[in-house]
Design a protein around this ligand. Structure first.
Ligand code: GRF
Length: 208
């Protein structure tokens, strides 16, 4: 009953998942220089690199990635700062057990530069979302969200740091639910079995 985590870089979400004690059988990166690989190794977790540059197209990269993942027969696959768009075939192969964390309150701000775009729009709340992955980028059923206030004088970096601290709380929590079999997708929405109150919404005021 464990996870495979896919990363491309820093790996702070991966680290939070490992430190929360969520069972992880392997961490796979598409970049050999991803800092997260070393962190995973320090935690005694197996690592592998499937370099996207070595493949002619997305289909062959995704096929190699799936082979590497399936060696570990994971219950679920967690994207944690994995910066590749996955093919519909890959997404279908792991349907219902492929999850991602995105640094915005979806459906707002899909894609990149979410913090800069939130600041430009003048929103007062921003946050992060754990969601099931579907073929459409950053659009799958929402498992959990955490919100933070946007403060006067915030920069994209200060806002990103406030959101990231919440990512590190909400992602391990959502993955525990997934591994415990508590999540069901009903009519495109996520049901959490045994939920009490606002379990899947974490609002974290920050009085910086
Ligand atoms: C996080 O902000 C995550 O929401 C986004 O990419 C970033 C990855 O950071 N998908 P890290 O590698 O987990 O530190």
């Amino acid at each position: 009953m464990s996870l495979v985590i896919l990363i491309s870089g820093r790996g702070s979400n991966m680290q939070a998942i490992l430190e929360a004690g969520v069972p992880v059988s392997a961490v796979i990166s598409n970049r050999p220089d991803a800092a997260g690989l070393e962190i995973a190794a320090r935690h005694g977790v197996k690592t592998a690199v499937v370099e996207h540059r070595s493949f002619a197209d997305r289909e062959s990269f995704d096929a190699a990635l799936a082979r590497q993942i399936d060696l570990h027969a994971p219950v679920a696959v967690a994207l944690a700062g994995f910066m590749r768009i996955l093919t519909p075939g890959f997404v279908a192969r792991y349907a219902g057990r492929l999850v991602n964390i995105h640094p915005s309150l979806l459906p707002a701000y899909t894609g990149l530069d979410t913090h800069g775009r939130a600041l430009a729009a003048g929103v007062k709340l921003h946050g992060c979302t754990v969601h099931f992955v579907t073929a459409e980028l950053d659009h799958g059923p929402i498992i959990a969200q955490a919100a933070v206030p946007v403060l006067q004088g915030d920069t994209p970096d200060s806002l990103a740091a406030r959101v990231l601290a919440q990512e590190h709380v909400v992602y391990p929590r959502a993955l525990r639910w997934l591994l415990a079999g508590r999540l069901r997708i009903v009519d495109g929405r996520v049901r959490l079995d045994g939920a009490t109150g606002a379990d899947a919404a974490l609002v974290s005021p920050d009085d910086d």
